[in-house]
Ligand binder design. Sequence first.
Ligand SMILES: [Zn+2]
Length: 461
Amino acid sequence: MKFYNTLNHKEEEFKSITSGEVKMYTCGPTVYDTVHIGNLRAYTFNDLLKRTLSVNGYKVLHVMNITDVDDKTIKRSGGEKEKFQALTKEYEAKFWSDLKELNILPPTKITRATQYIDKIASFIEELLRKDFAYKTSDGSVYFSIAKFKNYGQLSQLQNRELKPGARVTQDEYDKENPADFVLWKAWDEDDGEIFWHPSATLPQHGSGQVRTGTSLGKGRPGWSIECSVMSTDSLGDTIDIHTGGIDLVFPHHENEIAQSEAETGHRFVNFWLHNEHLLVDGRKMSKSLKNFYTLADIKEKGFSALDFRYLMLSSHYRSKLNFTWEGLEAARNAREKLKRFIAENQVEGEYCKVCTKKFYSKLNDDLMTPEALAVVWELVKDEKKSIGKKIATLKKWDEEILGLGLFDKFEIPAEIIELAEKRKIARVEKDFELSDKLRTEILNSGWSIEDLENNQYKITK
Ligand SMILES: [Zn+2]
């Protein structure tokens, strides 16, 4: 298997740290609004990567975070605590529901930033102790990029014109202005009721010293520190793969590397994989251009979420994908053709080993999904193969990799999935009253839900 590693700017043969196991971290969404189809491209790419690792015999330990506190979530809720909690919960449930509709397999572990405040504080204390960070007069803490000699390697900052003392407090800023970035933001009026006092007894971290207090005052974490802490805490100092959209390379991932490596003294990530942007009619998606779409917009026009998945498979993750309605229609036609072929030919058989090897080889080559789809069509059109063999092979590929729902008898409506996702969150939070209420709602709509291990579930008619 080889993948393009952003860190070294080339394709490299994949090797995991522990044989047969992959530790993978994915930057999850900021839950302040509905994710758009460009975000969904990132999670679909991630899903294909995971599925490919699995068919190659790896057990994938996959951690994804939920950014439930940052500039955007606070701004959107106007600093009101109750609104803030309701907002992040609502959009988190919507997010999982979108993923479920796209047949994106859930992570092994979900981490929420607000549940890691003490660990984040402990991590920042360690950076202060090691002199990679400093405090300003208002009580905020910044990372000193001049102290970290590899700063800029991932994003290829050619001219590391580091102005001493230049600082940036916003979570997002551009590559032209590399500066010391914020780890802990001291409370200000705009934050309203959203702040934390890290507790007096912090979890042990890094140096092995037991901490008995924190010098951090009332405030909240910066965005990038959240991922460094959740990744190292859940998966260890060094992980195999970190994924995300190309727009996260700078500053977010650059900052994650600096914080993590400064703190642990070890390499943070072996393979950095990034997907390219999704464009709409050749332009960057934006609300002001009115070319900004969510999965709901797509379904409103009568498409299935899985038509969109097919469209994403038809383009390589490192190429820009130009979304057009004509393109989506072509994807729907192709998927329907496959579904029809399967529905009309309910014949049993053995799957084709030679074709499967070929199919996998395309995925193992930096996830060449357009070529893998070409292998699918080659199989369908192959007159020398029996129908039974074709059907069995398609079934295997759809279950393992494609996730196009080609054998599904019915599609579960989005409203039902959303109820199920809300119920899942309620169960995790042990709010059984709410979870029972949601279950009844699902049953009353003519669907049933069965709980599986690891907080997963199955919906049937
Ligand atoms: Zn992240």
